[in-house]
Design a protein around this ligand. Sequence first.
Ligand SMILES: C=C(O[C@@H]1C=C(C(=O)O)C=C[C@H]1O)C(=O)O
Length: 364
Amino acid sequence: MITEDNQKIIDSLIEQGKSFAIWRIPGEDAVHFRMQSSGSPCLIYNIEDLNKRSGFVIAPFRVCKEHPIVLIQPDCFSLPEFTEEKAYIRKKKEFLPEEIQNSSEQNEKERYAQCFSIFSQTLHKGDLDKLVLSRNRTIDKKDEFSPGAMYYAAVKRYIRSYIYLCHTPATGTWIGSTPEILLAGHNGQWQTVALAGTQPIQNEEIPQKWDDKNWREQQLVAFYIRHQLASLNIRPHENGPYAIRAGEVSHLKSDFNFSLPDSNKLGNVLALLHPTPAVCGLPKKEAYQFILKNEGYDRSYYSGFIGWLEPQGRTDLYVNLRCMHIEEKALTLYAGGGLLASSALEDEWQETQDKMQTMQRLLK
Ligand SMILES: C=C(O[C@@H]1C=C(C(=O)O)C=C[C@H]1O)C(=O)O
């Protein structure tokens, strides 16, 4: 089936409020599609309750009443056929006027600088080793915007990242291009990664020199993963760190491979890993509370995790980064970066700009 028809089908499924996900795994050509056409997706309020569950998971940074973990339990495994009749729904629907708070870059930067200063003070006091500061940006959605077209543009452009688009009534529509595995595996062999440290791609090359701040940021994530896995008596095989490309930025990455004695407890493993210091900080609990109190906005499903969960089959769960929330009239982009006491405001601001471009450049 040609991509253009698929784009229209995806757009029309969103218009119809269906619960579905479409995704592409890095390095693979196959596009996976799953839809739940009967009943509603399951809402879950504890990560551990994902034990023994299968389906497409959309988990927020902070699980709460407004942002539950949503599990799509599919009964449809391929994209429905395109019909003009379905596409027509899009034109017929009337939209209610809605106030969109488009923030100017100047305002965004001022807000970011205020948070940066609060985060930095805490890091300088030595209360915390690392904190991830993030922000969002809301822009107008043009009438001709097609989520389906954007999904295929991301698939084409970002071959090394996990590309997804999902919609449920509980989460709305999300799209993203993330380089970061949270937990993946099959046949008893599992993988997670420590991904941190960021530099722009330079003349199409992955940078070879990384400063101490970037190394340390990544080492803190690797330390945390080793520690969390050790608490489950897991001694992983570790490979890295090495530099990788993700769109127009690059990161330092270590792979952790391990076997799991009981794949019926993936919820417990996920609760132990999420949120890693790649999106939160160290020590974990203190950093998490600090972010909730001081970041000044709701991360919603950004920096949560998304993907296919199947304990007895194949699981591919990714950290929800370089993502965008699609609403009736507005698009909201998200990006963040790890701060240490040595971080500089301008560098960190620019890093969030570069990461946000992953999705934003596809809008042009
Ligand atoms: C937080 C984000 O990315 C994470 C933070 C990184 C960093 O601080 O250098 C690098 C990769 C990701 O683990 C994001 O993309 O929003």
